[in-house]
Design a protein around this ligand. Structure first.
Ligand code: PLP
Length: 394
């Protein structure tokens, strides 16, 4: 009899979004189709920008003509895509060779696939509250997950200490769910720690485009020493509305070695075996994000989400409620008022103001007592929800 991967039977059900969906459906059914203000979703609401659409159309037309048709693409990425991404990093002072950039179908795929590079005996460290995929991807691979709790006392941005023995360290900054962003000083502590211990940081930069404070790092490679200890995984999903279009990139510096093995070369070997790359059409559309005009247009869309964030942070400021995030991230992480647990606050908001958010407890035990708002929804709904919040909690 074939033996399936036993680790799947040990996975916890991802009940968070299922439970939210169940509760909201029950509410709508028992309240005659009531309108809900949905601030729970992590999906974008703005369409692709014109520059990307134009590039996608042109690439489709290329595929119709013998002279411009493309068959299989290079597995690690097209020259035009890899240089476009390297050029984007260069603007931040980060110098990358084009073959340190790998195209991907998005960050989720990479966060799981990259684990192929590491022996199962390495524990993984997840800083909680955390994006749930980190834990699940490691548990599916049979790896032990260590958890480092963060909290209000460190602004949800902990630094390493001797309790951390894991050799695979996840850092997500700007963070989902907390919206907190590591400054250079704190991030340097993690980089130094990883280099000293021979660990590798998996830096999830899915929300880098939301950083507006110039002194905050958008890439871990803005920190000296990061090229010998970090892999950066990034995505155009939130940067440019690619959630349903799918394209991202991963950076593995050539200086990254462990036990005589080069991780960049290993990833080339992995990609050339396990993928046939990303389609020509998508890479053309994605490369358009990095042109001057593409950047201008995606910034306009991001500005819409930033305005949403402002509606909510203004409301919380008015109410005197503790929160982090919002300014340099598309998530706002607030403390539940009146000592409510995160599910109590979820029910309270749904019942009294028809607002749907995400209970912090779903991102790890230390998220209990906190609540996440996403700023990716419609401006009208977000503005109204912010007004309702003030009215309800004043
Ligand atoms: N990483 C984080 C922190 C995310 O929040 C998400 C999506 O919400 C992803 C990765 C996955 O992004 P992608 O759409 O590129 O798979």
């Amino acid at each position: 009899m074939l033996k399936p991967n036993q680790y799947y039977s040990q996975l916890k059900d991802s009940y968070l979004f299922y439970r939210i969906a169940q509760k909201t459906r029950a509410y709508v059914e028992s309240h005659d189709g009531a309108y809900l203000y949905r601030l729970g979703i992590g999906d974008v609401s703005m369409p692709l920008c014109d520059e990307v659409i134009k590039a996608l159309h042109e690439a489709v037309d290329d595929q119709a003509k013998k002279q411009t048709f493309h068959g299989y693409m290079p597995e690690c990425g097209a020259h035009f895509f890899r240089t476009a991404v390297a050029g984007y990093y260069a603007k931040r002072g980060v110098v990358l060779d084009e073959d340190e950039v790998f195209v991907s179908s998005g960050a989720s795929d990479e966060l799981g696939d990259i684990l192929d590079l590491f022996d199962r005996s390495n524990d993984a460290l997840v800083i909680e509250p955390a994006y749930p995929a980190y834990v699940d991807a490691n548990e599916m691979a049979g790896r032990t997950v260590q958890r480092l709790a963060s909290g209000e006392e460190n602004g949800f941005l902990p630094v390493p200490d001797d309790s951390v023995t894991a050799k695979l360290i996840y850092i997500c900054s700007p963070n989902n769910p907390t919206g907190a962003v590591f400054n250079k000083e704190k991030l340097r502590k993690w980089v130094d720690f990883a280099n000293e211990r021979g660990a590798v940081i998996l830096f999830d930069a899915a929300y880098e485009a939301f950083v507006e404070d110039e002194d905050l790092p958008r890439s871990i490679y803005e920190i000296d020493g990061a090229k010998t200890c970090a892999i950066e995984i990034c995505s155009l999903s939130k940067t440019a509305g690619f959630t349903g279009t799918r394209c991202g990139y991963t950076v593995i510096p050539k200086e990254l070695w462990r036990e005589g093995m080069n991780l960049n070369a290993m990833w080339v070997r992995n990609r050339t075996t396990k993928t046939n790359g990303v389609s020509y059409i998508l890479q053309k559309g994605a490369a358009a994000v990095f042109t001057d005009e593409g950047q201008r247009q995606i910034r306009e869309n991001i500005a819409v989400y930033k305005r949403n964030a402002k509606y909510l942070t203004d409301a919380l400021d008015k109410l005197g409620i503790w929160y982090c995030g919002g300014k340099n991230a598309p998530y706002i992480w607030m403390k539940c008022p009146r000592g409510m647990s995160s599910w109590e606050f979820f029910d309270f908001l749904l019942e009294k103001a028809q607002i749907v958010g995400t209970p912090g407890e779903g991102f790890g035990e230390c998220g209990e007592g906190f609540f996440r708002f996403s700023t990716f929804g419609s401006p009208e709904d977000t503005k109204t929800a912010a007004e309702r919040l003030v009215k309800l909690l004043s």
